[in-house]
Design a protein around this ligand. Structure first.
Ligand SMILES: Cc1ncc(COP(=O)(O)O)c(C=O)c1O
Length: 393
């Protein structure tokens, strides 16, 4: 049973046919009418949602344009960018939102602005800010990151309090605590979340000490969908919040930073002097804005269907899919130990256009629930797994 790949069909039709061949894809058509071929046919049990390639990106933009004509921005002002910023102000409940070319920039500028002249910044050891931003805080912004909770998803309010209270015993020269930055969910711990109770305690402690708090919420929609806590509530505990536009929101890059007007209004100057002010940003803004309108509904449906699929598959002997502790959309898949994992994966991919990460020697892999799960009915995915398991015995 080979799945129909509309994308290759369009490619085969030739690029010169592009304007006429571009089909209209109403928002959520893959949810409301499952028979319709999806814009991308591959169910991907990995990655940060659909990453549209050239042609499918244009299809999505055309669908967005059909819903509402796309409008260009100039240097981030007006058009699709302004519209996106307004939507994020509403979603987060923050006074102001601003588009930035990258999440790294959003994190670094937020931390720098919240810290002022003070240099010490508390972060998770596992955070993107600490491990994956090329020491920008230290080398560009004169901030010293102090990592807490080695290899853990989060530090507790108590641990933060102890570290701050101990500072005077551990260091002689004072340069002031700038802010605290938290990532949630945490990419390096397989998307695990910080319990909301702990976030509340950290926020209360920071406010009592007049310390500013930043949230790297690159994948905040995942935390929200899996915990049931709104983006607005999460945001309320922080001074600034960054959300990625290309993880789960389909854009080919970009970030949004939200916070108090007085903080966000400093950002255009920061973006300009760091060379991040781009003439046109609307292609990313329009895509993210379009996807943002339906992301909650899409994720809700993906969760509902994943439960149905996983519950059924878990009745198969030797196969087990389990949620991670405090997890979001990343699960552990255990396949029968003596199975040919290569055959299993190849069969799923070639015959059913379902891709999973290759299980390790112990038969364990991480699988991710994202919108691509909706490209096929649960029964199709369940039957595909059963067939692949049989073939790989
Ligand atoms: C948690 C987290 N924060 C920030 C970033 C940075 O985003 P960007 O690639 O837009 O700089 C990433 C990117 O992978 C991330 O995973």
């Amino acid at each position: 049973m080979k799945a129909f790949n509309r994308r290759n069909f369009i490619k085969g039709a030739g690029l010169t046919l592009l304007p006429a061949a571009l089909p209209t894809i109403p928002a959520l058509s893959h949810i409301t009418s499952p028979e319709m071929p999806p814009n991308e046919s591959i169910v991907k049990f990995y990655g940060d949602g659909e990453m549209y390639d050239g042609l499918s990106y244009l299809e999505q933009l055309q669908a967005a344009n059909n819903k509402q004509p796309l409008k260009v921005d100039r240097y981030g002002a007006g058009g699709a960018i302004e519209e996106l910023e307004k939507k994020f102000e509403t979603i987060t409940g923050k006074e102001k939102a601003i588009f930035m070319p990258s999440g790294t920039m959003a994190n670094q500028f937020a931390i720098a602005m919240l810290s002022g002249e003070n240099t010490k910044v508390y972060v998770q050891d596992t955070s993107h800010v600490y491990r994956d931003e090329a020491d920008a805080a230290q080398s560009v912004f004169n901030k010293r990151l102090i990592p807490l909770a080695k290899n853990q998803t989060y530090f507790t309010a108590e641990e933060l309090k102890r570290a701050i209270e101990n500072l005077d015993n551990e260091e002689v020269f004072k340069s002031g605590i700038g802010c605290v930055s938290i990532e949630n969910p945490v990419r390096r711990t397989d998307g695990r979340m910080i319990p909301i109770g702990e976030i509340k305690k950290i926020s209360e402690y920071c406010r009592s000490k007049n310390l500013k708090l930043h949230l790297d919420g690159a994948r905040l929609h995942m935390a929200s969908a899996w915990s049931g806590i709104s983006i607005r509530e999460y945001s309320s505990y922080f001074d600034t919040v960054y959300i990625s536009l290309y993880k789960y929101l389909g854009a080919s890059g970009g970030a949004i930073l939200c916070g108090q007007k007085s903080v966000i209004e400093k950002m255009p100057h920061m973006i300009k002097i760091h060379g991040g002010s781009m003439f046109g940003n609307w292609l990313n803004g329009a895509m993210a804005s379009y996807k943002l309108d339906t992301i909650e509904e899409t994720l809700k449906e993906a969760i509902r269907r994943s439960k149905e699929i996983f519950n059924t598959l878990n009745q198969i002997q030797g196969l087990k899919i389990t949620a991670l502790d405090n997890g979001t959309n990343i699960y552990e898949l255990q396949v029968p130990i003596n199975m040919n994992v290569q055959k299993f994966g190849d069969h799923l991919a070639k015959e059913y256009m379902i891709r999973i990460s290759r299980p390790n020697a112990g038969g364990i892999a991480r699988i991710t629930v994202n919108e691509t799960l909706l490209y096929r009915e649960p029964k199709y995915i369940i039957d595909a797994f059963k067939d692949a398991l049989n073939k790989a015995k």
